[in-house]
Design a protein around this ligand. Structure first.
Ligand SMILES: [Fe+2]
Ligand SMILES: [Fe+2]
Length: 179
């Protein structure tokens, strides 16, 4: 077992952090592409509002990509140029599920990255990642609401808002199709 495994990936080198951030950057590129395309091809009255939200997500993912590229450059690395593979489908639910799956994976990756950045003493990096993860979690909630999937995070938010009914109402006003 390597030292990295025994410390659960916390004690990592600068080079390893650059490599991991480049994987994150490839995920951000994937998200930009997926949201750009899906927001335009989602058809039907039921999807009008979520399509508009996906368009907003695309812009936020671009901002994430720029922030991650900046951090890679700051660490002395070269930001990569290749996106992760983007799934294509003509089925709205398949598209939304692909986005949700990617957001969940992204949140998990950034949670780990924040811990690694703090273990390295790279607090500016961890702050940047914290700001990004807040938006990724919002994306996850938007997609879950559109697919009418309950998520632990949505439950937590519902708790803060004194009940799930209020969260549903919140999304009803944003997504239209939910009541
Ligand atoms: Fe992102
Ligand atoms: Fe996202």
């Amino acid at each position: 077992m390597t030292k990295e495994n025994t410390t659960k990936g916390m004690n990592i080198t600068r080079e390893r952090m650059i490599q991991l951030l480049n994987e994150d950057l490839a995920g951000e590129y994937q998200a930009i592409i997926a949201y750009t395309v899906y927001s335009q091809v989602l058809k039907g009255a039921a999807y009008t509002d979520i399509a508009r939200e996906l368009e907003a997500h695309a812009g936020e993912e671009l901002a994430h990509a720029i922030k991650i590229a900046k951090q890679i450059d700051y660490l002395g690395g070269m930001p990569g140029v290749m996106p992760k593979t983007v799934k294509t489908s003509s089925d709205p639910v398949t598209m939304l599920r692909a986005d949700l799956e990617n957001e969940r994976e992204t949140v998990g990756r950034y949670r780990e990255r924040i811990r690694q950045a703090e273990a390295m003493g790279e607090f500016a990096l961890s702050e940047t990642l914290r700001a990004i993860i807040v938006q990724e979690q919002e994306h996850e909630i938007d997609l879950s609401a559109a697919l009418d999937i309950d998520v632990p995070l949505a439950k937590a938010l519902a708790g803060k808002n004194k009940g799930r009914g209020q969260l549903k109402k919140h999304h009803a006003s944003r997504n239209g199709r939910l009541v």
